[in-house]
Design a protein around this ligand. Structure first.
Ligand SMILES: Cc1cc2nc3c(=O)[nH]c(=O)nc-3n(C[C@H](O)[C@H](O)[C@H](O)COP(=O)(O)OP(=O)(O)OC[C@H]3O[C@@H](n4cnc5c(N)ncnc54)[C@H](O)[C@@H]3O)c2cc1C
Length: 444
């Protein structure tokens, strides 16, 4: 049997429209697939919700590969070591992978390239994570975009000239047969029972079914009007976890949105791409304010308040509902995320980076680029940010976006005593941001 080309799966747990699969098919060799459950994932903010989702995604992928005559190899341990071992065992001459744009993944990728080269195996890494490769998206003057709207226009300009529809290919007869792997449960991986469960099941099969059903049931058509109704679970697509793990191709999602004539939904999908673009240009997105003036803010909030926020015990309904929903399901709707995040930064005066880490660890869709980018947007410290003087009023947000009270009554019916006074904290925040601006304008 011909030696296979090995596909190193990372954040691309799917068979549909994968550039690494396209590259591997071009070699003419049969395709083998490897995923490594590396303990280092924990250090990259992958929490239990996300790990459980990945495990479900691996089980689904194994089934999909087996249906097409192939299989998945799953290993636990050091990624580079397993890549070398599996490439050797299979006699693979080449490994293909989709790029994972997070800085820590880049370090692993360079180590993998060196180690594979050492045994005479070539690593080919291709762009796949966004609709248009970053280097093609520029302003009319040829500079990197500084705002989301310039970015979205740039993407559309490229797509008009170079359309990038999802790839269709047939994998039947092209796969390397592989024994059925033992995929550990999330409990085995973390060494204890896990109660946090995602509100959507992991796996490409579910992702494609959800995308189609959500469109066909009419929710996509109502998205622009309904997307902020936090009590209505189908008001938004709930596809972010799938997009985060690559169980759904970003091109497939955009293609469906464009064909359905749903520009608001398409533009939200491009927010995801935009934050990856921002991360590409600012690899320290989770560590430093993009606008460095705001790295001088003194965060005066207390640990006690941070803990009350994490437990959903602030006394502000929408904030508490969001934070409890996060702990139980690994998910929060975008509107409630904004309100909870704004509350931490602007009402409790706690560094956005602490909130970013908490969200990333607990969200099923926790993603360095979208999460850190959104936190900086809320904190008003980023490239394309809400201005610092826009402070969400949690009570008005609740009235407007949970008008029947269904969301708050479901998640946080007890209404604990309020830990702060919104009006007072708002004034303190505005003064702190203004002081930093003034000090930097006149350092004398
Ligand atoms: C403080 C904060 C933290 C966030 N952290 C994350 C995160 O870790 N991972 C993540 O994927 N999204 C994050 N978001 C963005 C957004 O809240 C989620 O993408 C969205 O709630 C996911 O639900 P959905 O799939 O139903 O979205 P839909 O409204 O159905 O949108 C479709 C897709 O578009 C993308 N999208 C939509 N809105 C945004 C946005 N504002 N920024 C980036 N992409 C967007 C997502 O991929 C989403 O799945 C965060 C937002 C805030 C305010």
């Amino acid at each position: 049997m011909a030696s296979p080309v090995l596909i190193w799966l990372r954040r691309d747990l799917r068979l549909d429209d994968s550039h690494a699969i396209v590259a591997a098919l071009e070699t003419g060799a049969p395709l083998a697939f490897l995923y490594v459950l590396d303990p280092a994932m924990k250090g990259r903010g992958v929490g239990h919700a996300q790990l459980g989702f990945i495990v479900e995604g691996l089980e689904d992928l194994q089934t999909r590969l087996a249906e097409r005559g192939g299989g998945l190899i799953v290993r636990r341990g050091d990624t580079v070591q397993h890549l070398v071992d599996v490439a050797r065992e299979l006699g693979a001459q080449r490994v293909c992978a989709n790029r994972d744009e997070e800085p820590a993944a880049g370090v692993v990728e360079r180590a993998a390239e060196d180690a594979l080269r050492g045994i005479g195996v070539e690593l080919l890494v291709v762009d796949d994570e966004v609709n248009v490769p970053h280097e093609l998206v520029l302003t009319k003057e040829g500079n990197p975009c500084r705002t989301y709207s310039a970015y979205a226009r740039g993407v559309r300009r490229v797509l008009e000239e170079l359309p990038a529809p999802p790839h269709d290919y047939d994998l039947k007869g092209r796969l390397h047969p592989t024994p059925v792997p033992e995929i550990p449960s999330v409990e085995t991986l973390v060494g204890r029972p896990v109660s946090l469960r995602s509100d959507v099941p992991g796996g490409e099969t579910h992702a494609l079914a959800r995308l189609r059903a959500w469109r066909d049931d009419g929710y996509l058509a109502r998205y622009a009007d309904d997307r902020d109704l936090v009590a209505e679970p189908d008001a938004t697509s709930r596809l972010s976890g799938y997009l985060r793990q690559g169980m759904l191709s970003p091109r497939r999602a955009l293609h469906v949105a464009d064909r359905a004539g749903a520009p608001k939904y398409a533009s939200e999908l491009l927010w995801r791409d935009w934050f990856k673009y921002v991360l590409h240009h600012h690899p320290d997105l989770a560590e430093h304010c993009i606008d460095p003036r705001y790295d001088h803010i003194e965060w005066i909030g207390t640990d006690e308040h941070f803990e009350a926020w994490t437990r959903g015990e602030t006394g502000f309904g929408m904030v508490d509902a969001a934070m409890r929903q996060l702990l139980e399901t690994g998910s929060i709707a975008n509107r409630a995320r904004m309100v909870a995040a704004s509350f931490l930064v602007k009402d409790l005066h706690i560094d956005w980076r602490r909130g970013e880490q908490w969200f990333r660890r607990h969200l099923t869709d926790g993603d360095l680029a979208s999460n850190a980018g959104s936190w900086q947007w809320v904190a008003g410290t980023g490239l394309d940010a809400a201005p610092y003087f826009r402070v969400f009023n949690p009570d008005l947000q609740e009235k407007k976006f949970d008008p029947t009270g269904a969301y708050v009554n479901h998640w946080a019916p007890d209404r604990p005593l309020r830990i702060v006074d919104h009006g007072r904290e708002r004034d303190i925040t505005l003064a702190a941001y203004k002081a930093v601006n003034a000090e930097l304008a006149d350092p004398s």
